[in-house]
Design a protein around this ligand. Structure first.
Ligand code: GAL
Length: 441
C-alpha cells in the first residue's frame, strides 16, 4: 500500500513539475500519461526479481522439513517467490496422486519432486519443461554422475534436476538397546535373526516398522538384495524375470519377511516411517530398516552417529540407489519460467548441495562436493557408492521408484503387503508375485 502511494505521489509531482516549468516539451507529461506509468512501476515492483515457483513435494518430517527450508531460503535470497505445496505421506504416493489430479485439471504445479522412470513417462506425455538452457549454462554434463544424468534426461534433453543421492539398504540401531542383550550390529541375516530373537526374549521390540505398503516394500527389497545378491535383485526386481520371481531364492526372501513380521510391535499398522525412527531414538525398539532420510530425523533430534545411533549397510553387499529430482512442468508466463530456471540452477549449486544434503541424510548429487563436513554414515555411503559402481553391484531401488514403472511397483507392493499382513506361505507369495507382474505387463 505504502509503495502504491509513493508511486502515485511521485507521478503527480512528476506531472506538475514538468508541466509548470515546461523545461522542455519532451519531458512534458499529462496526468493521462503519468498515471499508467505509476501503475506500471507499481506492478514491476511486485514482480519477483527471480520469478516464482509453486513446489509440490512430500518433505514434511523433521529432517525433511529442515532440508526443504534450506532450498526455500536460498531461492528467496536470490529474489524468487516460493509457494509451498507439501503433500504429507512418506514415499510420495499421496503426492503423486495429488499431482495427477492437478495435471488432469490443467493446473500443474510449476516444480514437482519426481523420481526414476516416472520422469521420462511425464516427459513422454509432453508435459515437462526443457532445462537445457540452465544445464548448458551450469555445465551439468560435467558435474552430474552419468547415472543421474540418465535419470533426468529424455531423448537427449534435460527435463529434471537431481537433488541428492539416498541409499536405501541401511540398518539403523540404538546402541544402548543392543548393549542390553550384549549384541553388536549384525553383519549377516542369520546374525540379525539371532540378535532379534535375543531382544524379543528380553521383552524389547527388535524392529521399528510402519505398516504402509512403501515401507513394507522398502524392507522387502533390502532383504531381497541381502539374501539374493545384486544379480538376483537385477533379474527379479528390475528385469522382472518370471523365473526369478517364482524361484527358490524369492521363497527365501519371503521366509525372511515372515521372520521380520514377527519382530515388529503390534501397533505397526499405518505408522509413519519417522515415528518408527523415533522408536529407535527413544530406545523403544532396536533396529529400523530404512533409507538414510531416517538419518535426517536422528540428526534433527540432535543425535550423533556412532554415539546415539548406529548406521550400517544391510547385510549382503550392493547399494540400493534412490535419488530425488525436481521436474518443471511446462507452464506459461515469464515469471514462472524465470522461477523454474532459478530453482533448477540453485539445486545443483555447490552451496545448496552441501547444506541440503547435510539436513536430508543423503549425499550430494553433484560430483566433487567436499565430504569433510559430512558424518560417518554419509562418508560410508559415498565410498560404497563409488565401490559398487566399480564392482557393478549398484542397483536402483524398486520401492522408491527408481527401477520399474509405478504399475509394476504397485503390483509388487500389493503382494508384499498382503503377505506381511497375513499368514500367506512363501510359496503362495512367490506365485502371486509372478502372476501379479505378468498381469501388469
Ligand atoms: C523417499 C524419498 C526421500 C524421503 C522418503 C520418505 O521416497 O526419496 O527423499 O522423503 O521417501 O518420505
Amino acid at each position: 500500500m505504502i509503495v502504491f502511494f509513493f508511486f502515485f505521489f511521485f507521478s503527480f509531482c512528476f506531472f506538475f513539475f514538468f508541466n509548470d516549468t515546461a523545461t522542455t516539451e519532451i519531458y512534458t507529461l499529462s496526468l493521462h500519461d503519468a498515471l499508467p506509468i505509476s501503475i506500471a512501476f507499481l506492478f514491476t515492483s511486485q514482480v519477483q526479481a527471480g520469478g516464482q515457483v509453486e513446489v509440490l513435494h512430500w518433505w514434511t518430517s523433521g529432517g525433511e522439513a529442515k532440508a526443504v527450508k534450506a532450498l526455500k531460503e536460498e531461492f528467496e535470497a536470490n529474489g524468487g517467490k516460493w509457494i509451498d505445496s507439501p503433500v504429507a505421506g512418506g514415499g510420495g504416493d499421496t503426492a503423486m496422486t495429488a499431482l495427477r489430479v492437478r495435471v488432469m485439471a490443467g493446473n500443474p504445479p510449476t516444480a514437482v519432486q519426481l523420481k526414476g522412470p516416472s520422469i521420462k513417462e511425464w516427459a513422454a506425455e509432453g508435459l515437462l519443461g526443457n532445462l537445457n538452457v540452465v544445464a548448458k549454462a551450469e555445465n551439468w554434463d560435467a558435474i552430474l554422475p552419468p547415472l543421474l544424468k540418465d535419470v533426468v534426461t529424455y531423448e537427449g534433453d534435460y527435463v529434471g534436476v537431481p537433488v541428492n543421492i539416498h541409499r536405501v539398504d541401511w540398518i539403523w540401531a540404538n546402541p544402548k538397546v543392543l548393549a542390553k542383550v550384549g549384541a553388536n550390529m549384525p553383519t549377516t541375516w542369520d546374525e540379525f535373526n539371532a540378535v532379534a530373537d535375543k531382544l524379543q526374549a528380553a521383552g524389547i521390540t527388535p524392529l521399528a516398522h510402519g505398516g504402509q505398503p512403501w515401507q513394507d516394500a522398502t524392507v522387502f527389497e533390502v532383504v531381497a538384495l541381502g539374501i539374493g545378491g545384486p544379480d538376483f535383485f537385477q533379474k527379479a526386481l528390475i528385469d522382472l524375470d518370471d523365473a526369478a520371481l517364482r524361484g527358490p531364492t524369492m521363497v527365501k526372501v519371503f521366509d525372511q519377511m515372515r521372520r521380520m513380521r514377527g519382530y515388529v510391535d503390534p501397533n505397526f499398522p499405518g505408522r509413519d516411517w519417522n515415528l518408527a525412527t523415533a522408536m529407535v531414538m527413544k530406545g523403544q525398539a532396536a533396529f529400523q530398516i530404512m533409507g538414510d532420510w531416517a538419518k535426517g530425523e536422528f540428526l534433527a533430534a540432535g543425535q550423533v552417529p556412532g554415539q546415539d545411533f548406529l548406521c550400517a549397510a544391510a547385510p549382503g553387499g550392493g547399494y540400493l540407489l534412490n535419488s530425488d529430482s525436481f521436474v518443471m512442468f511446462d507452464v506459461k508466463g515469464d515469471e514462472n519460467l524465470q522461477g523454474q530456471r532459478l530453482l533448477a540452477k540453485l539445486i545443483l549449486g555447490e552451496n545448496f548441495q552441501k547444506t541440503f544434503n547435510l539436513y536430508k541424510g543423503s549425499i550430494p548429487a553433484r560430483l566433487g562436493v567436499p565430504m569433510d563436513e559430512f558424518d560417518m554414515c554419509a562418508k560410508k555411503s559415498s565410498a560404497d557408492l563409488t565401490a559398487t559402481i566399480k564392482a557393478g553391484t549398484l542397483r536402483p531401488s524398486m520401492a522408491h521408484e527408481m527401477a520399474v514403472s509405478r504399475t509394476f511397483r504397485g503390483a509388487i507392493m500389493d503382494v508384499v503387503t498382503a503377505h506381511f499382513n497375513s499368514d500367506m506361505s512363501s510359496q503362495e507369495a512367490v506365485k502371486r508375485l509372478a502372476d501379479a507382474v505378468a498381469t501388469a505387463r
